[in-house]
Design a protein around this ligand. Sequence first.
Ligand code: AGP
Length: 612
Amino acid sequence: MCGIVGYIGNKKAKPILINGLLRLEYRGYDSAGIATIESNGIKNVKNKGRVAELENNSEINELEGTIGIGHTRWATHGKPSEINSHPHMDNKKTTAVVHNGIIENYIELREFLSKNGYEFLSETDTEVIPNLIHYYYEKTSKSGKLDFLKAIKETVNQLKGSFAIEVLNNDFKNEMFVLRKDSPMVIGKGIEENYISSDIPAILSFTKDFYLLNDFEFAVLGRDYIEFYDSNLEKFNKEIKNITWDMSSAEKGNYADFMLKEIFEQPKSIRETIGSRVVKNARIQIDELDISKEYLQNVDRIYIVACGTAMYAGMTAKKILEKYCRIQTEVDIASEFRYRNPLITDRTLCIYISQSGETADTIAALNLAKEHNAKTIAISNVIGSSIVREADYSLYTHAGPEIAVASTKAYTSQIVLLAILGIYFAEVLGVSYNELEELKEEILEVPTKIEEVLKKADQIKQFAKKIANEKDVFFIGRGIDYTVALEGALKLKEISYIHSEAYAAGELKHGPIALIENGITVIGVMTDNLLSSKTISNLQEVITRGAKTFIVTNQNLENVSFNEIINIPQISSYISPILSVVPLQLLAYYISKEKGLDVDKPRNLAKSVTVE
Ligand code: AGP
């Protein structure tokens, strides 16, 4: 979705803003722009298309200012075009604004402003913001920045929806103003220079010291100061946070794409996620949680709620929670959960999973649980993200920044963390099974086993070449393998644009087998000793009908003939997706490359889905 950067310091703002926008490209966008304060006022340059086109825009060479704001726009209101791109300015060209989020009541606000003589050039919801700021600022005595802050405050009081906004004004040539509500925004502190971004990796090369802005908090950035104001415009101090992600984690290094890098980083990201939480022959340590046996005994059900890949990770935890904790567990799509009036009581435990921590539907689903006084746990990869701030407890996956739109290392880190959480709950409840002790040991072995799977990359690449031109691909599995089939199909369609669907293998005969015809590819996942023979029967049914088969398995399949078998190490079926997904991630990656597509930034998709 849209991205924001801002800079104030003693250097030229333009290259720093462009650098930040390039690092935000992964979020998905269709136009870009920057505005800087020049000696003769604000200068605004923007265009439809990539940041590279903005860099080549002849007008950009005129920008010399040392304070500026930048934006990548993912079109919501109005098509991608220069006029709809941000920054937007008020009619008098005094104020420039970039905005992430959606202003739901922009039509009423446009009408109000039109009646007061304002005109609109774009189709966007954003254009009301600089004009409203102008309108309210004109009503003050314009005697200092507090008056300008009042105008911003009056403006945001009128806005319904979500917004992170960055504002420049001609009267304040050495300051930049920001505010957020339900849309991410961080402030980076440098030495005699300060930064703003919607996303930490965009400015990680400049600083590791961050302030995390909360809803309805205002910040005013000067070159060597940052002031914070609460919603009553009272000044307050904010704690600074040091981010431990290193710069290289947000760069491709020797890899052709971020996605490939992130797939290969999985042994490391799993190690980081396990951290000191799992130690052999000791109880699980989750310092962030304070959950008692009495509370867990009283829980009426657990909901695990998320979107997309994070939801598929959530599906893997149901078995462990129901079998060992004996707590009914349901896994829900956040966009469905929030509107389906789920049975939430003050005895319900709701777990929300979101790599970015900013997914609008997941946040709304979390707020719903809070309205019912249910306890909430957030699992996220981004420090200080919105779900983390909203939930009662937060657990980080520590996978490092995930830049590719298609999630890989975040998914496997989420699964390992959920398994750890499941064992933790079982231990708090006082249940003890040898299997759980073994599972802890298996968790510790996962990174080494992923390294083994990664060695199959070449074999997978060769198979990818053979099926890159397919129109349809089907994925099947049973039990936990079905959840991986879902994730494999999502990965493939996201980055290769091949129509791919996953089915629970037992469901094939109830309809989908009608789609099987000569030459079609069916991908089977089999890691569960108890269910694999059943899936083999289903695969034989599709082979009989002419299907080509690609199998990911840790089973002995000597007597069955498949086109390609990727053998993976043995692993407990509670966490097998962490290994079995890796060949599917690589397959999707190599097919996308074979088709010459943009792996990291697939069409129409955004890394962080901050609107519903
Ligand atoms: C994953 O490959 C997808 N791009 C997408 O399904 C993603 O997992 C989903 O949008 C949820 O994002 P989140 O984890 O940041 O909430």
